[in-house]
Design a protein around this ligand. Structure first.
Ligand SMILES: Cc1cc2nc3c(=O)[nH]c(=O)nc-3n(C[C@H](O)[C@H](O)[C@H](O)COP(=O)(O)O)c2cc1C
Length: 225
């Protein structure tokens, strides 16, 4: 299952319900046609006034992946500190922490890294006289594209996860990859063929997150809870 042609499209809801953060990835290269397909899915996303202020920096070259991976590992381990759970802890957060550490430790071997960038743009609630320094990238217009990209990876049988540790070394990335000041790095997405299987995502029941007609009114849902 290495090309989209050989992979049966699992369908939209199947993708959404089984799109785990896949952090154990094989080093095998991702075929160019797949890279183009996931980028094409990303740019189908909606954005404010259809301004499409996204850009994607696709990194497959060894030096670039090494540069990113070494810094990601350093900062991930620093942020994790001594919070690593003991080996015999089989809880979901512990397993997640181990998977996240595995990704960090193997980041240089991940074959494909896509950085999702957003053009900086002041939110309209900030009046012009209060606009000091750099505007934030328009996150709301970039995350739909990131989600499309992740779903496309899942649809093609690729493993991916959204990461944000790059915030700790964004300046270095900016300089190394020649990213202009008017773009912010919103997310960095390591992608490759997964070592494990895609399991279902575990989330709180819909009714616990939903209020009907008035805040606090949370009746059970009959078909999905
Ligand atoms: C905004 C955001 C930032 C995230 N940052 C990281 C990260 O830096 N490193 C990482 O390994 N996972 C990161 N994740 C992945 C989440 O930890 C993961 O999706 C969540 O724990 C649920 O796990 P699941 O998707 O496998 O069910 C991030 C997810 C989001 C939405």
């Amino acid at each position: 299952m290495t090309t989209s042609q050989e992979f049966e499209d699992p369908g939209l809801f199947e993708c959404m319900y089984n799109m785990r953060a896949m952090r154990r990835l094989k080093p095998d290269p991702v075929p160019e046609a797949m890279i183009e397909k996931i980028l094409d899915a990303a740019v189908r996303a909606p954005s404010g006034q259809n301004t499409q202020r996204w850009a994607f920096l696709v990194v497959t070259a060894d030096e670039g992946r090494k540069f990113f991976g070494e810094r990601y590992r350093h900062w991930f381990r620093k942020l994790l500190g001594d919070r690593m759970p003991p080996d015999d802890d089989d809880s979901s957060p512990a397993r997640q922490a181990r998977a996240a550490l595995h990704l960090a430790d193997h980041m240089t071997e991940v074959p494909l890294l896509i950085m999702a960038l957003g053009k900086r743009d002041w939110p309209f609630r900030v009046p012009p006289e209060e606009r000091v320094g750099l505007a934030p990238p328009s996150y709301g217009s970039i995350f739909p594209a990131v989600q499309n990209l992740l779903l496309a990876c899942r649809g093609l049988g690729l493993g991916a996860s959204l990461t944000t540790v790059h915030q700790m070394f964004e300046g270095e990335l900016r300089e190394y990859f020649g990213i202009p000041d008017d773009y912010g790095i919103v997310a960095t997405i390591p992608i490759g063929f997964p070592m494990g299987r895609f399991g279902p995502v575990r989330r709180d029941p819909v009714s616990s997150k939903t209020h009907r007609d008035r805040w606090g009114n949370q009746p059970p849902m009959t078909t999905v809870d």
